[in-house]
Design a protein around this ligand. Sequence first.
Ligand code: RFL
Ligand code: PHB
Length: 389
Amino acid sequence: MRTQVAIIGGGPSGLLLSQLLNRAGITTAIIERQSRDHVLKRIRAGVLEWGTVEVLRSAGVGARMDANGLVHQGIFLAAQNRQFRVDFKQTCGKQVMVYGQTEVTKDLYAAQDAMGTTIHEEASDVQPQDIDCERPFVTFRRGGQSFRIDCDFIAGCDGFHGVSRQSMPSEKRKEFERVYPFGWLGILTETPPVSGELIYANHPRGFALASMRNHRLSRYYIQVPLEGRAEDWPDQLFWEEFKRRLPSEATARLVTGPSIEKSIAPLRSFVNEPMRYGRLLLCGDAAHIVPPTGAKGLNLAVSDVHYLSEALKQHYDGKDSHALDAYSERALARVWKAMRFSWWMTMLLHRFPEQTEFEQRIREGEINYIAESIAAQSTMAENYTGLPF
Ligand code: RFL
Ligand code: PHB
């Protein structure tokens, strides 16, 4: 088999890259470890920056998002039983779209099926080969058979646990990492959201987030110790803890119900530099991870894919390879800004195990400062709604 760009990983990065390249007449093949069903069951991101919205539209997958997504022009921050609104429109003239990653992925699968792109699902032993040569290839096994795809480039879109990053020689790359000493317990529940816009709450017992998927489906999170498992949290215990951490003006409106999904996610900041080695180019979680507090992971994956698809288009148009050579540096410049913002939101809003009363007061002081300062709100809004790309 031969294609121009072999894409390892059929999550949002891989599917979107394939879609943008196919629309420019560049051929791709996607190799995914899991079944489509499995990929679509993973409940993850919920907030799209406007730049992401525009890239999805330009990829021809914006129709359902525009029909069903919720445009939000602000968020609430809460501490000490009070909440206030950060108005995006007023402070930076921008907005975000609340539309789940599951739906984005569903739209991308449908578009790729319509394009007739080959997606090799349930592939095992996936391996990028000869990445430092002119003629790289990918090998894998599927249904008891071995396959080989020859290509010009390999895009490593296989997430944090993928094989792509690991196939770069260790002396040619550097990892930067911070692991946080807590996780997020998330539930999905068929109840109306407690608030019209997201609430990010700091509380001495730990962080809480009230998010949503639509007017009938809520997504709520609480900070939990890493030692526990989701099964240790019966719904009633979750609701008790969630209620304690939100301001009472919100909990007065809270509708509880059974959870239809419950999982714990660890929090990590991670960057792999560079994002290219030879003919292997990394995108999304394969190259970097942010804690979900800033809602940046999927959005960074989309900006990487945008830069890479533009660079590959220039290369194949016969113009030049400057953009491809600059890909890693360009993507990393934006990654580090989102890394900083996600780290800052995480530090501001969470309770750390060794945290003193002094540090809790400092956090409350900063949140009170943001409540009173348009300058601080503008900075927050500008970063949350997404820096330009
Ligand atoms: P993915 O989604 O992990 O997809 C990678 C795909 O590669 C496959 N794979 C392999 N395929 C072939 N061979 C191998 N050896 C392979 N190894 C792995 C996997 O099966 C998978 O299908 O990475 P991608 O495409 O880069 O997309 C990144 C996003 O998924 C991620 O950044 C976001 O979900 C992060 N995130 C959020 N991002 C936002 O922008 N806004 C949010 O509000 C937001 N909330 C979140 C989040 C992530 C969360 N969790 C669970 C980590 C909330 C949570 C709780
Ligand atoms: C979500 O809805 O899953 C979500 C929203 C905002 C975040 C993280 C997750 O910061």
